[in-house]
Design a protein around this ligand. Structure first.
Ligand code: C2E
Ligand code: MG
Ligand code: MG
Ligand code: MG
Length: 282
């Protein structure tokens, strides 16, 4: 009895595995079709200059508006896109959209915004990211310096990223380290890279409260950024106390729900046109 029960459990397990694999295959098929079928969207999250309170840039963030699955957040498709290589087509498309949107905002008379895009780890290693960025900026007529790529800390400090980062920077596109403070990066390696900004990860920002800023990880990241001559951007800022702490530490810029969630381009335009500072400026 014990033996056949074990066999049954194995069969149930195998069936579970098969169903999971089938579901994963279907997700990959749907995702490929989504890229070609126009189901991807780009939302833009404002980045605020902490000295002036003005929106000076945005981060482009992908969404999948699926006919059958509804709105899918990046956590639901970026990992599988990276595992299967579909991410390259997604990133190319997002970069094209982002450049076109910058151009549209310029044409509409908005103040010049900076556009940050996320790139997948493998993309930096394969070496053709600079080619894509050059083509997209040329096609849209925006200067490469208006663009910034966000490279996760863990990737940037790895051995394969340096050449890709240098190619991108040589084009004039800026480079930011994303999610800084989550990995164990080699500072020696980072120091050798042509970087522009560090983004303090939201997990460090979440630990901040007004009056408890000194000695925090955010404090250390800002000091490090300053010493390397980099701008520091905080992400995931949700509370006024976090904002106050970041300003007291000399953080340059911030993004987060306190200022605005990722929104469609039209909402960014509205926000920028209103000219209203998003924070009180002393
Ligand atoms: P990320 O680049 O670190 O993006 C920041 C994430 O934090 C975004 O999640 C954003 O919506 C979220 N966020 C913004 N403000 C707040 C806040 O105040 N509190 C909290 N808790 N979260 C906030 P999202 O849009 O779900 O993107 C998740 C990740 O997916 C991104 O992390 C990025 O690594 C990846 N991703 C998104 N779009 C793309 C893309 O086009 N290409 C690639 N390769 N990766 C992408
Ligand atoms: Mg999200
Ligand atoms: Mg990012
Ligand atoms: Mg991040």
């Amino acid at each position: 009895v014990a033996k056949s029960g074990g066999k049954n459990r194995v069969r149930v397990f195998e069936r579970g595995m098969r169903e999971e694999v089938a579901a994963q295959d279907e997700l990959v098929r749907d995702l490929r079709a989504a890229v070609d079928g126009g189901e991807l969207r780009v939302l833009y999250q404002p980045q605020v200059d902490l000295r002036t309170g003005a929106v000076t840039g945005v981060e482009a963030l992908a969404r999948w508006q699926s006919g059958s699955r509804g709105l899918v957040e990046p956590a639901g498709f970026i990992p599988v896109a990276e595992a299967t290589g579909v991410i390259d087509a997604i990133d190319d498309w997002v970069i094209g959209q982002a450049c076109g949107q910058l151009r549209a905002w310029d044409d509409a008379g908005l103040p010049e915004l900076r556009m940050a895009v996320n790139v997948s780890p493998r993309r930096l290693a394969t070496g053709d990211l600079a080619v894509t960025l050059a083509a997209a900026t040329r096609a849209s007529g925006v200067h490469p310096s208006r663009l910034e790529i966000e490279v996760p800390e863990a990737v940037a400090s790895g051995p394969d990223a340096a050449a890709g980062i240098r190619d991108v920077r040589a084009l004039g596109v800026h480079v930011a380290i994303d999610d800084f403070g989550t990995g164990s990066s080699s500072l020696a390696r980072l120091q050798d890279l042509p970087l522009d900004r560090l983004k303090i990860d939201s997990s460090s920002v979440a630990l901040l409260a007004a009056g408890q800023a000194a000695g925090s990880l955010a404090d250390a990241v800002i000091a490090l950024g300053n010493s390397l001559g980099l701008q520091v951007v905080a992400e995931g800022v949700e509370q006024p106390g976090q904002l106050a702490a970041l300003r007291s530490l000399g953080c340059d810029a911030a993004q987060g729900h306190l200022f605005g969630s990722p929104v469609p381009a039209s909402a960014v335009e509205h926000m920028v046109r209103s000219g209203r500072p998003l924070i009180a400026v002393a």
